[in-house]
Design a protein around this ligand. Structure first.
Ligand SMILES: C[S@@+](CC[C@H](N)C(=O)[O-])C[C@H]1O[C@@H](n2cnc3c(N)ncnc32)[C@H](O)[C@@H]1O
Length: 262
């Protein structure tokens, strides 16, 4: 715990301060500091990554006017910042809710997105995750999200299930299904295995530690990167009342778009 706090302080002083000068110089003052960006994998081009997310939503028509959006594991605001700054999105009057276990990321999002853009709020939840919030008091395998049933048109879980263990994944899919409005969509990314038709070796890390339907990159720190059998994820989704809205898009992250089962 102390070591983690010390690392964060050292990062702020010796990484973030110098990098903030560079960011200002390059017109990127709106980016989160490097010590937060490095956790979301888009440290090098935060804007391009965010634009790509919005393009994926736009081509599927998933951002209707007035949409209620929930971003679970929102990190340091990759999607939120893109939504807040994109001129195509501003007239839509979205309501965006970001939730994460990493307090510094949520504090940064509140200060730099929530306070500057209407309709964006961020919540820190003290859920335990050995990689992101090891001392969190709450259990993600039983946590009930603080929202009413059917309240969201779009739920996003980008690079979230790649850091959850099996019981948490099962529970979260159930919760997300509960929260989806009738015609709502869940966009979730996974590292899937077990489908011989999917391209091999497509993920950025390997998963040498397999335990049945789940595989890990690191045995010592399982949440560092988690891979699930495709059939397992689809079974859990079906049991939660979800079905695929389109074929899985396989890639470095596998993208799954779910809707309520008919
Ligand atoms: C790889 S980052 C992805 C962040 C963001 N979705 C993005 O794509 O830029 C994974 C995020 O999931 C968050 N996280 C880990 N466990 C979580 C949990 N049980 N509930 C919600 N968020 C969680 C982490 O704090 C981290 O911000």
């Amino acid at each position: 715990m102390r070591a983690r706090q010390f690392r964060r302080l050292a990062n702020r002083l010796f990484v973030d301060r110098p990098e903030s000068v560079l960011r200002r110089f390059k017109g990127r003052s709106h980016w989160p500091p490097l010590s937060l960006r490095r956790w979301v994998g888009s440290w090098a081009d935060f804007d391009a990554d965010g634009r790509w997310l919005i393009d994926q939503l736009s081509i599927r028509d998933l951002l209707p006017a007035g949409a209620q959006v929930l971003d679970v594991g929102c990190g340091c605001g990759r999607l939120a910042m893109a939504l807040a700054r994109d001129p195509r999105v501003a007239p839509l009057g979205l309501r965006y809710h970001g939730l994460d276990v990493d307090k510094p990321s949520i504090e940064w999002c509140r200060r730099h997105i929530g306070s500057e853009h209407d309709g964006f709020d961020f919540e820190h939840v003290g859920l335990r995750n050995r990689s992101y919030n090891p001392s969190g008091p709450l259990d993600a395998a039983t946590y009930r999200f603080p929202f009413a049933d059917f309240s969201f048109d779009l739920v996003v879980a980008a690079s979230l299930f790649t850091h959850l263990v099996a019981a948490e994944m099962e529970h979260y899919l159930g919760e997300m299904a509960r929260l989806l409005a009738g015609r709502g969509t869940l966009w979730a990314t996974f590292f899937l295995f077990g489908n011989p038709a999917a391209p091999p070796d497509r993920h950025p890390v390997d998963f040498p530690h397999r335990d049945g339907k789940v595989a890990f990159h690191s045995q010592r720190e399982p949440e560092n990167a988690v891979s699930f059998a495709e059939s397992y994820v689809l079974e859990v989704a079906a049991a939660s009342g979800l079905e695929l809205a389109e074929p899985i898009a396989y890639g470095p992250h596998d993208h799954l778009f779910f809707k309520r089962a008919e």
